[in-house]
Ligand binder design. Structure first.
Ligand code: HEC
Length: 123
């Protein structure tokens, strides 16, 4: 019986902790890619990552973002608290909604074209 009670308490704690942390859920929020494009250009993401998320150089290599395979939670963590050279974008500068819109914009980009689409490379 006691065992059952402590399992119950443990489960309750998990539920409460889950409810207390407003961390991003697994699924990406629905974003507006047209607004995402505007914010991406206005906030300067393009200066390092390229206008169509093709990647680029600043102080070091800035990764390709078009069709990022990062789950939304990892994407948001990187933008809020970058691992290395990228400047952080706190919510005061980049609201959560705009962040979700940028993610939608990046997902909608065509990304890399295959080599066969470039006649010059297929001679
Ligand atoms: C000054 C250059 C710079 C700017 C501006 C910049 N980034 Fe970055 N970004 C980087 C660099 C460099 C990295 C590599 C990791 C690091 O240094 O933190 C990176 C990494 C990332 C990653 C991780 C990609 C991966 O596949 O690992 C994401 C996502 C990202 N940036 C999104 C953004 C967004 C969205 C914006 C605009 C709100 C932005 N970045 C603005 C330089 C920049």
């Amino acid at each position: 019986m006691n065992r059952l009670v402590s399992y119950g308490a443990a489960a309750m704690t998990v539920v409460l902790l889950g409810a207390a942390s407003p961390v991003w859920s697994e699924a990406a929020p629905k974003g507006d890619s047209a607004n995402g494009r505007k914010v991406y250009l206005a906030d300067g993401c393009w200066q390092c990552h390229g206008r169509v998320g093709q990647g680029g150089l600043m102080t070091g290599a800035a990764p390709v973002l078009a069709q990022t395979k990062l789950p939304f939670a990892a994407f948001a963590r990187q933008v809020r608290t970058p691992v290395n050279d990228m400047p952080p974008y706190p919510a005061a500068l980049l609201p959560d909604k705009d962040l979700a819109d940028i993610f939608a914009f990046l997902q909608a980009l065509p990304g890399r074209r295959p080599v066969k689409d470039f006649p010059m490379l297929n001679d």
